[in-house]
Structures are given as structure tokens and as C-alpha cells.
Design a binder for this molecule. Sequence first.
Ligand code: SAM
Ligand code: SF4
Length: 345
Amino acid sequence: MTDLGRITTDAPPAAWPEATPMHDSYGRRINYLRISLTDVCNLRCVYCMPENMQFRPRRELMTDDEIMTLVKVGASLGVTKIRLTGGEPTIRPRVVELIRRMAAVPGIKDLAMTTNALLLEEMAEDLAAAGLKRVNISIDTLDPEKFRRITRWGDIDDVWRGIRAAEAAGLLPIKLNCVVVRNFNDEDVVDLARLTLAHDWEVRYIEMMPFGEITDFQQSNVVSFRQMRDIVEAAFGPLEEAGYDFVDPSRPFRIPGARGTLGFISSVTEPFCQGCGRVRLTADGKLRLCLLRDDEVDLLTPLRSGATFEELRALMRDGAYHKPWGHGLDQGLIAQGRTMNQIGG
Ligand code: SAM
Ligand code: SF4
């Protein structure tokens, strides 16, 4: 039998011995790990972080080897899906090599990334060759000036080049994430929806969630799922349901006859906690049990203090067991500890 305490190199076993899938205390199976590769970003979206954001010193962030150890810990506990996020994951040095290493871990079947796409034109092919399967790309408006305002300095042409490169590299299906912010881009949901008439893409509208120090802005400018749907239906007529599976947070609809779909992620007004099998790893190595709760389990400190693989497994398994049922926004509970880029959205 493989000694789990000795699995420290990049030559993993063909399968994990005694793999016991993680469950939480409500019986939800936890098989999806989202990893924030860095809190740093090359944009400063208004709904994500303050303009003068202070990033963590590098020594506080997980190294490549530390990330790989925790990925193997997760895989040995039944994690099959990984999404790389941030901050902006493409700016992490050696990210292509890191993906190649993750793709080789037994049990990891789905490796995806959420990105602002600014660097995809040059990286998409290498990312796909390393084993990345697909990307979600953030684009909140099709209007170049509004895009610059929302991101504080972004050039939308870079995103279009990134989308085309992702398609050419086979990082499919393409999903476009749009956080809807009142008075910034609430009317732009129509232009984004129009893209699905000709493209086999999923445009996903996300309700803005409140975190930490920019809560006031986020709460006073949230646009609800119902309001977004009304705006889209006023332009295109009633949407058709396109098959909700209760595991994906996005509820899919279609404009009749369109090639692509429209997804609505209603985390604030109609949460979908019953199907949530996700936990997150922050860039500084904490297992975050719910996006919208401050509950975390420190994995990096024990790892740096010499914890064995088996001890790390116990920490992750026990942490996941205590995943809270849902967020407490309707009771006024707002996670204060971190902004979105630090958690890994
Ligand atoms: N930089 C990458 C990007 O923008 O795609 C990955 C990290 S970003 C934090 C991940 C996702 O979180 C993006 O789709 C972004 O739009 C979303 N996001 C950021 N702040 C949010 C908020 N306050 N509410 C809802 N979604 C948010
Ligand atoms: Fe950066 Fe993504 Fe946050 Fe925008 S949403 S500031 S691109 S991490």
C-alpha cells in the first residue's frame, strides 16, 4: 500500500489508496476545489477591490510545491474538479507548468480557469497544451468606455483577442461572466445577450456580492436576477429554460432560436446552497468553506511546520465537514475578512 505520508514528489500513484470522498455535515459531497493562485491583478474592477488595493507579500502566498501538495491532498479525498482563479491567475509566474503538474494528478478530471483574458492571446495555446480544459472570461459590457470605467483602466480589445485565442485553442465551452452593477452596466445585459444569437457561448449574469471594505457600494448597486431577466426579456421576449442541474450555480435560459445560452447566478437574492460542493483555497493557503462566510481552515501553516500528508488530509476533510449550509446575507451577515480577489471568486 502507498504510504500517503511520503507523497511529496511529482510522481503520484496511479490512483489514491483509500480515497474517501469528502462530505459535509449536511451530506453534500465536496468534490470541487477553487484555487486562488494570486491575489494580485492587472485590473481593479469596481465590484471586486478598491483602487488602492494592498496585495499580500509573496512570502505569505503558497509556492508551486505547496499548491501541488494541497491539490494532491484534495484529490486523495475525492476532489475531481479544479478551477484556477484569483486575482488574475494568468499573471502567476510558471502557471503553465503548474497546470501541467495538476493535470497529471490522478483523479483530477476537470481543470478550468476564470480569467479576465488580457493575457490569453499569448497564453491560450500553452495553457490548453498543458491540460487546461476550459475558461470563464469576465466581460461586463461591450462598450469600450464603460469597460474602462468598470475595470478602472482595461482595454476591451485585449479581451476580444483573448476570447478568440481561447476558442482557437479549444478551451471550450466559452463562458462569459458579467457582474451587473446598477448605473454601470445594467442596460448592457441586452448587448451581451445578443452575442448568444450567433455564438455557441454561455453568457452568465452574476449578482454582485458584498465583501469587506467595499460593501456599501456593492449593496447599494446590486441588480437582482429578476431585474436582469426583465431587462433581457423586454428586448427579446420570454426566455426558454435550458436545463437546470442544481449543481451549477448558473441557471440556464435561451433566447428562442439562439445558439448559446444565458445563465443567471443569483447568489444574493435566490441562493443555490443545496447543490454546493465547492470549497476554496485562498492564495495564502486557507481552506475557505463558503465564498460568503469568513470560516476558514489554515492549511499552509501546518504544511510549513512539517505536517504529514495524512495530517493535511485530516485537516481538509474535517474542515470540509464543517462547511456552513449557506450564506447569511438575508440576516445581515457579510463576510468582512477579505475582498473577492483574495478569496478566489
Ligand atoms: N481575474 C479573474 C476574472 O476577473 O475573471 C478571476 C478572479 S475574479 C475575482 C472571479 C470572478 O469573480 C469574476 O467573474 C468576477 O467578475 C467575479 N466577481 C468579482 N467581484 C465580485 C462581486 N463582488 N460579486 C460577484 N462577482 C464578483
Ligand atoms: Fe481583477 Fe478579476 Fe477582480 Fe477584475 S474581477 S479586479 S479582473 S480579480
